[in-house]
Design a protein around this ligand. Structure first.
Ligand code: GUN
Ligand code: ZN
Length: 441
């Protein structure tokens, strides 16, 4: 394959920004370029310089005046909930029972799982998201559909079969042994195949018996290189229910700690009502609290306390949580993150937002060598963002005087219309999506 030279305003983070003026935290090149060779980044820097070293036989994709950033990363969402976004009126437990546990039953059918998986991946790509960590349904065939759709597009995706053996409809329940066996088989089949990575996924303490939690412990111990994902402390009724089921635990977090589920590869959705003790346990174990602002507002769950995570030294990441989350767009997600933190008397700078969607989320996944920043040797997952994609944005951009201001406009007013192109392992994906749409019509 010919080398590809992507030209535009390069922006990539090096460190977590320590404020809105922290120009040391990122690299920006006004007339910049990223040289892509065999799906990887070969060089990043000044266009003229890279053009000289690239040789004659190179395809040039000129995206000026748009921004060239690493592909965005979403650390928590549910692929079988793609068609359940915008389900009206309920808080978490009622929402799960009324809508979600009905929707997820459809994924027993491989054709349905395959159809939604393809559309799900295309929606991520349209929003500039090149890596995501998703729950599949309880059915192994949903995991097959998910990873097959990701492989077809060359995406680095993380996911796993949900395990549930109580407090869910019979058609969505496995047993401790079945959950263990099916998870093992799926890990053997998918983990490390191409770019796929597996996440061991007991849904949450409410839907797993102690016996299933024991099986989850065994899976995590036997597969230390897999991720672990579950939900923690999202809603007050949920907390009361979960802790009533595990009366020996000190608190909700202690349930997962007791079963050995808190590791550096553990992603815990929501984490809204944690005590200092619980956040300190996350800090000690390296487990990550996942902030899902559109979901937390949509379900009326509550406000994530980012400052306490930072103060107690615990790691956190950002995510859409589709389908309680209302958008696939990480830009829209960060717009809501800003507002949630604001309501909580906290501030999120636009530099930190863009760090979080890229290098920050890559770091919590331990994938910072591969994704989340533009550097030689990294995978060529790249997004091109147009800060003036909508008329109102173009008008607002006329008054912008700094990069931080431009980024804030992008996140506050932007959505998938701002994604001019998404490259997955060096391949431009936008045209592919248009072709797929035409086929559907
Ligand atoms: N807790 C357990 N399952 C879910 C889910 O599917 N979505 C959300 N938002 N919270 C959960
Ligand atoms: Zn979730």
């Amino acid at each position: 394959m010919k080398d590809l030279l992507i030209r535009g305003r390069v922006l990539t983070f090096i460190e977590e920004p320590q404020g809105i003026d922290d120009t040391q935290s990122y690299l920006t090149v006004e007339d910049g370029a990223v040289l892509v060779r065999d799906g990887k980044i070969a060089a990043v820097g000044d266009y003229a310089e890279i053009r000289r070293t690239a040789g004659a036989d190179v395809t040039i994709a000129d995206h000026r005046p748009h921004l060239v950033l690493p592909g965005l990363i979403d650390t928590h969402l549910h692929f079988p909930q793609t068609q359940a976004i915008a389900s009206y009126g309920a808080q978490l437990l009622e929402w799960l029972n009324t809508y979600i546990f009905v929707e997820e039953q459809k994924f027993a059918a491989p054709e349905h799982a395959g159809f939604v998986a393809g559309r799900f991946m295309d929606e991520l790509i349209a929003n500039g998201t090149t890596t995501a960590v998703a729950y599949c349904s309880v059915h192994p065939q949903s995991v097959d559909a998910y990873f097959a759709a990701a492989a077809e597009r060359g995406m680095l995706m993380i996911g796993g079969k949900v395990m549930m053996d109580r407090n869910a409809p019979e058609a969505l329940r496995d047993t401790p042994q079945q959950g263990y066996d099916e998870t093992r088989r799926l890990i053997d089949k998918w983990h490390g195949r191409g770019r796929a990575q597996y996440a061991i996924s007991p849904r949450f303490a409410i839907t797993s018996t102690p016996a299933q939690m024991e099986m989850s412990r065994a899976l995590v111990a036997e597969h230390p290189d897999c991720y672990v994902q579950t939900h923690l402390s999202e809603n007050r009724d949920e907390i009361a229910f979960a802790t009533s089921l595990f009366t020996a635990a000190k608190d909700y977090t202690d349930i997962y700690a007791h079963y050995g589920l808190l590791t550096e590869r553990t992603l815990l959705g929501h984490c809204i009502y944690l005590s200092d003790r619980e956040i300190s346990v996350l800090a000690e174990t390296g487990a990550v609290g996942v902030f899902c602002p559109t979901s937390n507002l949509f379900l009326g769950s509550g406000l994530f306390d980012r400052d306490r995570f930072d103060r107690l030294g615990a790691r956190w990441s950002v995510a859409t949580d589709v389908g309680a989350g209302t958008s696939f767009s990480m830009l829209e997600t960060m717009a809501e993150a800003y507002k949630v933190l604001h309501l909580n008397g906290q501030r999120l700078s636009p530099l930190n937002s863009f760090y979080r969607m890229t290098l920050g989320n890559a770091r919590v996944l331990g994938l910072q060598d591969k994704i989340g920043s533009l550097h030689a040797g990294a995978d060529a997952d790249i997004v091109i963002l147009d800060s003036s994609a909508k008329p109102a944005m173009e008008l607002r951009m006329r008054t912008a005087t700094s990069l931080a201001e431009e980024l804030f406009i992008l996140q506050t007013m932007g959505d998938d219309r701002c994604v001019a192109e998404t490259y997955v392992a060096g391949k431009a994906m936008k045209g592919r999506r248009i072709a797929a749409r035409r086929e559907l019509e």
